[in-house]
Design a binder for this molecule. Structure first.
Ligand SMILES: *Cc1c(COP(=O)(O)O)cnc(C)c1O
Length: 394
């Protein structure tokens, strides 16, 4: 018999979302007619926009012609797309050659964990998106894992003076699950910390398009010196609803070096070319369309739809005297239920209002007593959910 990779035995049983799905099924067994509304999982719900849909259809049709067919492309992605990302999204703060196109930000995080291997020491925000911790455990890089507490008391920004020296710092802004967005001053502090300690920041900017406030940084590279200490992952999943189409990118600046002087980009390219054969060519043409003037407008319209949902949730909860965070420059609302267990609040909302949310404790110990509400949903469902919540939470 083959021995099981021991790292898997160290993963916490019952990953958050399967457990939520199990509880939802249990409710449906008891009440088969329950009309469940989900404000739980961070999955997009609105259809693709016209310009982007057309580009996907056209790209697929070209593949069906002798002249338009193409097989494998560059493993790093279409050069035109890398150039447009550099220009439109980064205002040329970084170069096209430092960008690799992928099948999504989560997939890139997994490949980055392979790049740094099992000897890397790691710090994550607490609460956090599960792949940072679970992926580190699978890669065997979890001994000495540091949790950086992010709660209202510290404005959801960790006390870096308490953080020992680590190799990798995962940082997500706008944050999933808390909805907090780091200010410029906070990111300056983070970059300085990384410079001092020779750490690398893995900056997850998957929700950058939700930032409306012009003073808030959308990329770590808006901070001086970040190109010497930070890798950034981002994706088209949340901005244009490509959660199912799959398209993302990763920025590894050339100035980023290993201790022996090797460019990290060199080894990253090796990982991409060895373990990944490039993103779907159809999806990449969709990404290109998203970066045209029309595509950018459509992105804003789509984001505005979810932003309105976020407002309805935020104001609905506040009217019930529930303290909320986030939901302004992010699609998530982080609601505080002091002195209550988040799984208990989750169960009450599910069983009495038939609304699925996400219990904060599932994102880490500091998420206890919080519930994450997601604005990804149909507006009519959000309105109905808020109506149902009134008698339950009042
Ligand atoms: C949704 C999400 C992603 C996006 O992952 P993809 O693989 O690009 O779909 C990345 N990071 C966070 C924090 C997310 O919530």
């Amino acid at each position: 018999m083959v021995e099981r990779n021991p790292n898997f035995a160290r993963l916490q049983a019952g990953y958050l979302f399967p457990e939520i799905a199990r509880r939802r099924r249990t409710l449906l067994e008891k009440q088969p007619d329950a009309k469940i509304i989900s404000l739980g999982i961070g999955n997009t719900t609105e259809p693709l926009t016209p310009e982007i849909t057309k580009s996907l259809v056209d790209a697929a049709a070209r593949l069906g012609t002798a002249d338009g067919y193409s097989g494998y492309g560059d493993e790093q992605g279409l050069l035109a797309l890398r150039e447009q990302i550099a220009k439109v999204l980064y205002k040329d703060l970084i170069h096209a050659e430092e960008i690799t196109i992928s099948d999504g930000a989560k997939c890139d995080i997994g490949r980055l964990q392979i790049l740094f291997g099992s000897r890397a020491t790691v710090a994550v925000q607490d609460p956090a998106y599960p792949v940072y911790v679970d992926g580190s455990i699978i890669a065997g890089a979890d001994s000495g894992l540091q949790y950086m507490t992010c709660r209202p008391e510290n404005n959801f920004f960790p006390d870096l003076s308490k953080l020992p020296r680590v190799n990798l710092i995962y940082f997500c802004s706008p944050n999933n699950p808390t909805g907090a967005v780091a200010t410029k001053a906070q990111l300056v502090e983070l970059v300085k910390f990384a410079c001092r300690n020779k750490s690398i920041i893995i900056f997850d900017a998957a929700y950058s398009e939700f930032i409306a406030d012009r003073d808030l940084p959308r990329s770590i590279y808006e901070i001086d010196g970040a190109d010497e200490v930070a890798i950034e992952v981002n994706s088209f999943s949340k901005s244009i609803g490509f959660t199912g189409v799959r398209l993302g990118w990763c920025v590894v600046p050339r100035k980023l070096k290993f201790a022996d002087g090797t460019e990290i980009l060199q080894d990253w390219t090796r990982v991409i070319t060895t373990l990944f054969n490039g993103a779907s060519n159809i999806a990449q043409y969709g990404g290109l369309a998203a970066l045209t003037a029309t595509g950018r407008q459509e992105t804003q319209t789509l984001i505005a739809y979810y932003r309105e949902n976020a407002r309805l949730i935020r104001e609905g909860l506040q009217a019930l005297n529930i303290q909320t965070y986030g939901g302004v420059n992010s699609p998530y609302i982080w609601a505080h239920f002091p002195a209550q267990k988040s799984w208990d609040v989750f169960a009450k909302i599910l069983n009495e209002a038939q609304v699925v949310t996400t219990p904060g404790a599932g994102f880490g110990p500091a998420g206890e007593s919080f519930i994450r509400f997601s604005s990804f949903g149909r507006k009519a469902d959000v309105q109905e959910a808020m109506r149902r919540l009134r008698p339950v939470l009042a």
